[in-house]
Design a binder for this molecule. Sequence first.
Ligand SMILES: Cc1cc2nc3c(=O)[nH]c(=O)nc-3n(C[C@H](O)[C@H](O)[C@H](O)COP(=O)(O)OP(=O)(O)OC[C@H]3O[C@@H](n4cnc5c(N)ncnc54)[C@H](O)[C@@H]3O)c2cc1C
Length: 435
Amino acid sequence: MQILIAGAGHGGLAAGAALAKAGHRVTVIEQNARGALGHDWEDRFTFSLLTNTLGVAESALPADIWRDRGDCTFMSPDLKTHVDICFDASHRQRVMWRKPLLRLLVDHAESCGAQFLFGTQVIAPLIEGMRVTGLRTQAGDLSADLVIDAAGVFSPVRTKLPARFGIEKTPRRGDLFYAWRAYFERIAEIPAAEIPFEVYLRHAGEAGLSWFCTNPDSTDVLIGRIDPLKPDQLEAHLARFRETHPWMGTKIVHGGQYGVIPVRRPLTRMVADGYAAVGDSAFMTTPMNGMGVDLCLHAGRLLAETVLAHPGCTVAELWQYNRDFHRLYGGETAKNEGLKNALLRMDAEDVDFLFAARVVESADLAGAGGSMTLSALMGKAQRGMRRPPAFGAVVDGLLRGACTAALYKTAPQTFSPEAVDAWSRRIALQDRTVG
Ligand SMILES: Cc1cc2nc3c(=O)[nH]c(=O)nc-3n(C[C@H](O)[C@H](O)[C@H](O)COP(=O)(O)OP(=O)(O)OC[C@H]3O[C@@H](n4cnc5c(N)ncnc54)[C@H](O)[C@@H]3O)c2cc1C
């Protein structure tokens, strides 16, 4: 079978390696040159997923390319309350620079037999009837039995699929964070032995989040908003951070670039005849923090398993991947979206109250859903009733998230356009836009 992968995204590389290893002809078409792949910043992710994907023991990877991530704390907009998330050893993610991470995945896919066309842009999908039959690229038209779309949030494959394919193409306002991220040099000692990874919700009252992470030799700053950032807005936020963190210098030592992060539930339908989307192209991140590497690696594995079991690559066959992903992971991320949207919609003062009254707790922010038990809800109600509109909005967000998650986990057993459309419509009824 000939498989084309649009973009060297993490999930496509993971799936491509497994499929090439099983003897399929796999070609990855990536617009960047090999050496220019990835951003100049780090990712937090679950290390064992990477070693499983690569099929190596942890000890086989050099110890100097990763480190353990620190604990995390969510700050209220008025900076008076923080909600801490402390990771135990078995759930502590690791941090690795994006470029070596992608290098490992590319080298592995290549060693499994995948071919790469670097410096080649994918322009559009080739379509015959209801089937994706290949890709139009700068190097000409290429035919395929399966196109894996790993070209990121603005993928030219997904966004150019005809409407009759029933795959959502355009994110809505609030579905994306427009981010800017840079590492600044550290110019002074820090006052505490360890400062956690700080996440600021509705930072400076704006719809979005920012983070500040103090590293041994730098400070990692991200400003993310639901609308594109203006240069003077960015400068004002950096100045604000320098006031609260006087050890942050002005010299950029890494990054200093813009990026776009999907912060919404994944596509309900992400397959068609001869087509499967994976990673950011299918909006696979945790909405509250925009982390997507874990989900990409999970999805890449599930996609390869489905294709190996059903090499016809019809939509009915690929549906197994779609359904399994939502049952195992998509539902959980959809749960997280309800709370994220509720917090982004409300006034900063309401968010301050919810933090101070412990209505929003670490289990909610981590996306674990542990605070949705009856006794936990009753405790929240007691504390939250001093400000009913804010409490009502956050409970509404939590319940909407829980309902959406339940729907995701009960995707139709087998594919039929009618059943899948009806299921997608029920999910769409759960309002998720940010006003
Ligand atoms: C600032 C920032 C910080 C983040 N931090 C984290 C983190 O700490 N942890 C985490 O898990 N996630 C993090 N993420 C999210 C993470 O980057 C993504 O979820 C993850 O990269 C998965 O995306 P992807 O591989 O599917 O797509 P992408 O990373 O977007 O990769 C898509 C690939 O396709 C290529 N491509 C695009 N269009 C074309 C085309 N037309 N032709 C050919 N090739 C094309 C691109 O060049 C790129 O190589 C962060 C994102 C940003 C922006």
